[in-house]
Design a protein around this ligand. Structure first.
Ligand SMILES: Cc1ncc(COP(=O)(O)O)c(C=O)c1O
Length: 445
């Protein structure tokens, strides 16, 4: 596979051309990577009007992922999520309401998109007991029932899989239920770009989703901000036709060529030994999980490149994260209930050994899982109106009864406890405190 963007950038840097164009560093500077950081000069193509090296590189990515169309983002899945929801709403059946049925554990960018695009989320709440804000178990049957309860099919069903804890949804059967009912399945696959390359692929595009985002930077060797918008071969044709324009609507007109070149080189990496290395990493991690379970750790089921540990006994995931930090190990996420570590083949065997040595034996068995009543705040104001209304910041305890202004989240993982426009109830206040949120932005009265 070729790497047209990286090749162009490197040859331009080597040419030593006098740069009378942006960026202002002129290819020189303290970072060392400035020479490769270019702008849309002749031959460099242009991300939102791509027909040269960027278009070719995106086609390479599309053929690797087996999609109908793949576009690059230099502004993360955040840009792709806004673009995919815009495409979905623009292409909904004429005369239907702008409603998206979404599993409640959305990333906050979904709420921002709802405000910007003025659609109404209808929520899919966790089925059965939920014990973390981050998970939202939903079944194909549950999705079908929720769709049937709506007066008309929603513009789309939107789910997050994998979620921050590594839970994977049954995308295949959910997609079937959604399609049978005449709607679109959109997946926030920010954490799952690698899933296509497993022996048995688990990527949303392999399982029947119509459109999804992947943060290449989360699980592949790509620079921060590098992401894909994938459109399936069977998605409505307008998605592919309008996708470039949709991405442009939410992106800077100065996308980073460093990030584009890293996506380009990622294609080459993925066609090399990657599948084999990924399989080996998954196997090593699986073995580590077995050994940790044997030592008493509450290792949770998760996607293959993640280790999610339930906090032992009375200690919290945050304490565990602190303990690892003292030993030179930094985790992805910790909260009162869980510790989450993310792996890729770029982690060395030595790093796994250090982690295993640091974890030793669990100080106590995992605490009994307590159910977590999620707030279902009454909708007191349309989401968009609340998001853009004058707001004030109040201490979490004083937020009871007020209308949520900005979605209230800890970031990461950026899953909102209360959503703009909802009246903050007792459960929400309890969760703010449980997740360490001391203040809340509420609509001014
Ligand atoms: C589930 C989920 N979706 C979307 C995003 C946004 O992705 P990005 O940081 O690539 O914009 C994140 C970021 O952490 C995330 O965890």
């Amino acid at each position: 596979m070729d790497s047209p963007i990286a090749d162009f950038v490197k040859s331009y840097a080597a040419s030593g051309a006098a740069r009378f164009h942006m960026p202002g560093h002129k290819g020189r500077g303290p970072l060392g990577c400035e020479a490769l950081d270019i702008t849309e000069i002749a031959g460099a193509d242009s991300l939102y009007e791509a027909e040269g090296i960027i278009a070719r590189s995106e086609e390479n990515a599309g053929s690797l992922f087996g999609t109908g169309r793949t576009l690059y983002s230099t502004e993360g899945s955040s840009q792709c999520i806004r673009a995919m929801l815009h495409l979905i709403l623009q292409n909904r059946k004429p005369g239907t309401a702008p409603v998206v049925l979404a599993a409640r554990n959305v990333h906050k960018v979904f709420i921002y998109a709802a405000a910007l695009l003025d659609f109404r989320p209808e929520w899919l709440w966790p089925e059965g007991e939920s014990n973390s804000l981050l998970g939202c178990p939903i079944s194909p049957k549950g999705v079908a029932a929720a769709m049937d309860a709506l007066p008309e099919p929603p513009a789309a069903v939107y789910i997050t899989s994998p979620d921050y804890l590594g839970n994977l949804a049954d995308i295949r059967d959910i997609a079937a239920a959604v399609h049978e009912r005449g709607s679109i399945l959109a997946v926030d696959n920010a954490h799952g770009a690698y899933l296509h390359f497993l022996g048995s692929p688990l990527h949303p595009m392999d399982l029947g989703a119509d459109i999804c985002c992947d943060s290449a930077h989360k699980t592949l060797p790509a620079l921060t901000g590098a992401a894909y918008l994938h459109i399936s071969k069977s998605a409505p044709a307008a998605f592919a036709r309008k996708a470039r324009q949709a991405m442009a609507l939410f992106g800077s007109t100065s996308p980073s060529y460093l990030t584009l070149a890293s996506l380009d080189l990622c294609n080459v990496y993925l066609t090399g030994n990657y599948r084999k290395e990924l399989a080996e990493s998954c196997l090593e991690l699986e073995k580590l999980k077995v050994r940790l379970r044997d030592r008493g750790w509450g290792v949770e089921p998760s996607d293959p490149l993640r280790l999610t540990i339930a906090a032992p006994g009375a200690s919290s995931g945050l304490e565990l994260a602190g303990l690892l930090r003292e030993r030179g190990i930094e985790c992805e996420h910790a909260d009162g209930d869980y510790l989450v570590l993310m792996f890729t083949p770029s982690n060395t065997p030595e790093e796994l050994e250090i982690l295993e040595a640091a974890l030793g034996y669990a100080p106590a068995p995992p605490a009994e899982k307590k159910s977590l009543p999620l707030p279902r705040g009454e909708g007191a104001m349309p989401l968009r109106r609340a998001m853009f209304a004058p707001q004030e910041t109040v201490p979490a305890q004083k937020a009871l009864g007020r209308i949520c202004g900005a979605p209230t989240v800890a970031c990461p993982p950026a899953v909102p406890i209360a959503v703009s426009g909802e009246r903050i109830d007792r459960e929400a206040v309890e969760l703010f405190l449980r997740y360490g949120l001391e203040t809340v932005d509420v609509v001014k009265e």
